[in-house]
Write a protein that binds this ligand. Structure first.
Ligand code: G4P
Length: 282
């Protein structure tokens, strides 16, 4: 399957990200908790070098709680602050303020030593499309937060949200383009719904997902659909049968069954599932 898409947007996104990142001291990098490495663009390390970093595992409500913990420990072992969050349900928002301050501790202490007061740390959110950047910003900022006006010069055209006396957040997130060099990465992003479904072969994806579930979450598909076949293609046919996915004339509509499986996975109806394990050596 070919997962490539929208190169034009990528170029523009990169340019905007390069501009915006100059304005901040902290990058809040949003990853999808269900596939943290696949949803990560390693170029952020280069773009954001010399910046403080906080990694958030978003959509953690849909991911395996054991894996959320393991992934957070993994990123912490690499020297980054990392917490699982659920931006839609606002889970983890309380911890974030403290994590932001911790990530910027050096800068704040330096200011204190120099007697500089009231110079808030500036932060921006970055991540690939659909990872939940806008939802996160809205959850974090809430309605109570005042937006600060444009400032002449440096912040022209940008709006900042004052989170507290120490932190200001850029109200538009940085868009990172996913990395597709590895087919497995492309597949995981496709499963998460980060790629336009219209260009994908749903049936092929469904078979991949069923094969993955068989080894990593045995019983998940059987529990949802009340049927089980060892062979993934046969299992998809069973799902079509059980759910009445039929085309005119009565043949099985595997495409529709595949879409149904995908929707169930993406909405958490197959359970809390994480598609990849943290690298073993941390
Ligand atoms: P983006 O700015 O990074 O492109 O992502 P955006 O906030 O638009 O979020 C993309 C989708 O992910 C939205 O769903 C949003 O509700 C959902 N989402 C964001 N954060 C979380 C989270 O922590 N947990 C869960 N379960 N979902 C999250 P949508 O279906 O596109 O829209 P809607 O149905 O919410 O209106």
């Amino acid at each position: 399957m070919n997962y490539q898409w929208y190169p034009g947007h990528m170029t523009k996104a990169r340019r905007m990200m390069q501009e915006d990142i100059k304005l901040v001291e902290l990058v809040i990098e949003l990853l999808d908790a269900r596939a943290p490495l696949a949803s990560r663009n390693p170029d952020i390390d280069d773009l954001g070098k010399n910046k403080a970093r906080l990694i958030l595992l978003n959509k953690s409500d849909l991911a395996d709680p054991v894996q959320n913990k393991a992934w957070a420990e993994y990123f912490v072992s690499l020297g980054c602050g990392c917490i699982p969050v659920d931006s839609r349900g606002r889970g983890g928002m309380k911890e974030i303020q403290a994590a932001i301050l911790e990530a910027c501790r050096e800068r704040l202490e330096r200011d204190r030593r120099r007697g500089i007061q009231n110079r808030p740390v500036r932060a921006m959110v970055a991540g690939i499309p659909n990872v939940g950047k806008s939802t996160f910003i809205n959850s974090l900022a809430g309605k109570a937060c005042a937006k600060t006006g444009n400032r002449p010069g440096v912040t022209k055209g940008r709006q900042w949200i004052r989170l507290n006396k120490n932190v200001e957040l850029l109200d538009t997130p940085g868009i990172l383009w996913p990395k597709f060099e590895d087919q497995q990465v492309g597949l995981k992003l496709a499963l998460l719904g980060s790629i336009n479904d219209e260009i994908l072969n749903m049936e092929e994806m469904a078979v991949h997902l069923l094969n993955f579930l068989k080894t990593a979450y045995p019983g998940a598909a059987a529990a949802r659909y009340g049927c089980w076949e060892e062979d993934a293609q046969a299992q998809l046919s069973e799902i079509a049968q059980v759910r009445g996915c039929l085309v005119k004339g009565g043949a099985l509509d595997l495409e529709r069954a595949a879409q149904l499986l995908m929707d169930d996975f993406r909405s958490g109806k197959l359970g809390k599932i994480t598609l990849e394990n943290p690298p073993a050596n941390g």
